[in-house]
Write a protein that binds this ligand. Structure first.
Ligand code: UTP
Length: 224
């Protein structure tokens, strides 16, 4: 059975308006997908993680401690999904090795160690389970030529090469709570392991379904 790894930005799952319909629709989609795929989901920290990181930074906590706050929040967010989806793990794995060995139709986790975002956890897991696809489900429709949350004239890219992304964003991790489309350490793994990677809007479940089922979707294909 093919494995698919999906990295869900925390802001896709947890936003200011409580959207239970989204969770119901996501559960429905996952139930369909497990007939054909083994699914791994990594959940991000979103705005909640950034609030803790901001507070900790003002209190002069070191970067590692700030990352740890982020990791803890990603795991709380992951717990929403593990409770919702019966066919998933109960305990949140603390490493990709642990996740890889879980014998469930859907495996859900959050962050692992300081120094990267959950994108890197997704890429690492995708490499370990030889996933046929790695999907970055974020809060915009894909990769843009500039930040679409800041610039109205930002243009969505239908595809971009991994070399170009590395050229634009580098392969280093910056600081806790850094908000970029894909973090540098994740780019490095995608390149090394040649993982077919797609970036799309995680709120738009139809596009997620199409990307998984090899249909045309609205998003960005990363050329590897
Ligand atoms: P996220 O992966 O959620 O970061 O982790 P993000 O991409 O900025 O947020 P969303 O979810 O897409 O909106 C939040 C923070 O937790 C720490 C990092 O500081 C990260 O910025 N973190 C997370 C780690 O240090 N290690 C991990 O494995 C995961």
């Amino acid at each position: 059975m093919n494995s698919i790894v999906i990295s869900f930005g925390g802001s896709v799952l947890i936003s200011d308006d409580i959207d239970t319909t989204f969770f119901q629709n996501l559960t429905k989609l996952l139930k369909q997908l497990i007939n054909e795929y083994k699914i791994y989901i990594i959940v991000g920290g979103g705005k909640t993680a950034r609030i803790y990181i901001k507070l900790g930074r003002k209190l002069n906590f070191d970067e590692k401690t700030l990352d740890q706050f982020g990791i803890d929040i990603t795991r709380v967010n992951a717990r929403i999904l593990t409770n919702l989806i019966e066919v998933s793990n109960e305990k949140i794995p603390s490493s990709t090795d642990e996740a890889k060995d879980i014998n469930k139709k859907i495996v859900i986790m959050g962050g692992t160690t300081p120094g990267h975002s959950t994108d890197m956890v997704g890429a690492e897991l995708a490499e370990k389970v030889s996933a046929s696809k790695f999907i970055i489900a974020t809060n915009v429709d894909g990769v843009y030529n500039k930040d679409p949350n800041k610039y109205q004239d930002a243009k969505q890219l239908k595809e971009i090469s991994i070399e170009q992304l590395i050229n634009d964003y580098g392969t280093e991790w910056g600081v806790a709570g850094k908000n970029i489309v894909i973090d540098g350490p994740a780019l490095q793994i995608i390149k090394r392991a040649k993982i077919p990677t797609f970036v799309l809007n995680g709120k738009k479940l139809e596009d997620l379904k199409k990307a998984i089922n090899n249909e045309t979707f609205n998003g960005t294909i990363i050329k590897i």
